[in-house]
Design a protein around this ligand. Structure first.
Ligand SMILES: C[S@@+](CC[C@H](N)C(=O)[O-])C[C@H]1O[C@@H](n2cnc3c(N)ncnc32)[C@H](O)[C@@H]1O
Length: 293
């Protein structure tokens, strides 16, 4: 507890009721109510997590309840504030979170805020089967993160743009389904055109022949490139994308900025996105096209 003693304020120099002297140097033991400001919007430690706690508060809790070298376990680690504080104070740490988005975010926070290296991620989705099981929001984040893109600043329902590519900010659409048909590519062309770009990406588990034909048609007719990326491409890192795997960057790139609350999808938009998946499933009956043949 000595690690979290606080300064005597009005009691400075005042003797106790029994006449004994207070030690101003070592400070007073903390009360059962601690005051601390929230993480400010402009704070460098802010990760965009809605329930993020201040690092200083976690440092106080960890300093008061453990010794250097001890292991701190946070089983609901969120953006990793407790782990950042633990690392800063020379503790070992283990963080758990059900959300892969949270795990990626906490890794970056621990690297950025505490300078930790050799962080081991265990149990992250690494196969197509696991990625199919993710919630739509988690899958979308996985794709955008994998492409080093950023979240779309517009409302997600707007023109079906789920994210923007790294550096050039070209539109990305994410479909957590297979056998994507011609109609999806057709609709996305309009979205890309309206965004003022001549290139966009659609990411899905697989595409039907019609999708490839439509992408080829629009390239020939209008010079617009709609790149059809499969999840397998992203897993293998063979897509023509700027990712850390290319060795261009020695440090992880920042996570996409969090979406403004007003740009979060409405219930209707989420239902509509489910309907899009239905389209994808119907299209699965369409002949699958293997571009390598
Ligand atoms: C309130 S946040 C923690 C924020 C953290 N205190 C910080 O300041 O960074 C709670 C976290 O618990 C995670 N969570 C919820 N249910 C879980 C479960 N069953 N197992 C593991 N993590 C879970 C959520 O994904 C969320 O990231």
């Amino acid at each position: 507890m000595d690690a979290v003693r606080t300064e005597h304020k009005w009691t400075k120099g005042q003797p106790r009721a029994d006449g004994s002297e207070r030690s101003v140097e070592i400070g007073k033991l903390p009360d059962d109510v601690w005051e601390h400001h929230a993480v400010m919007p402009w704070s460098k430690e802010r990760a965009g997590y809605p329930t993020q706690k201040p690092e200083e508060l976690l440092r106080r809790i960890i300093a008061a309840s453990s010794n250097p070298g001890d292991i701190v376990l946070d089983p609901f680690a969120g953006c990793g504030t407790a782990l950042v504080a633990a690392h800063q104070l020379g503790r070992q740490w283990i963080g758990i979170d059900i959300s892969p988005t949270g795990v990626n975010l906490m890794k970056r926070q621990i690297q950025r805020r505490a300078g930790a290296e050799n962080i081991k991620l265990v149990g992250m989705p690494v196969t197509e089967a696991q990625l199919r099981e993710l919630k739509p929001f988690e899958f979308q984040n996985w794709v955008i993160d994998r492409m080093n893109g950023s979240g779309s600043p517009r409302k997600s329902g707007d023109m079906g743009i789920d994210g923007l590519s790294f550096l050039l900010h070209e539109p990305i659409q994410v479909k957590q389904s297979s056998g994507i048909g011609r109609n999806v590519v057709d609709n996305f062309e309009t979205a890309v055109k309206r965004s003022g770009h001549t290139k966009g990406y659609i990411v899905a588990f697989s595409f039907g022949k019609g999708a490839y034909e439509e992408a080829a048609r629009v390239k020939g007719a209008e010079g617009m490139v709609i790149e059809l990326l499969t999840v397998a491409d992203l897993l293998e890192g063979k897509a023509d994308l700027v990712t850390p795997e290319t060795g261009l960057f020695s440090v992880d790139l920042p996570m996409p900025e969090p979406r403004a609350p007003e740009s979060l999808p409405s219930v209707e938009e989420l239902i509509a996105s489910e309907t899009g998946q239905e389209l994808g499933r119907v299209a699965e009956a369409e002949e699958l096209y293997d571009p390598s043949n």
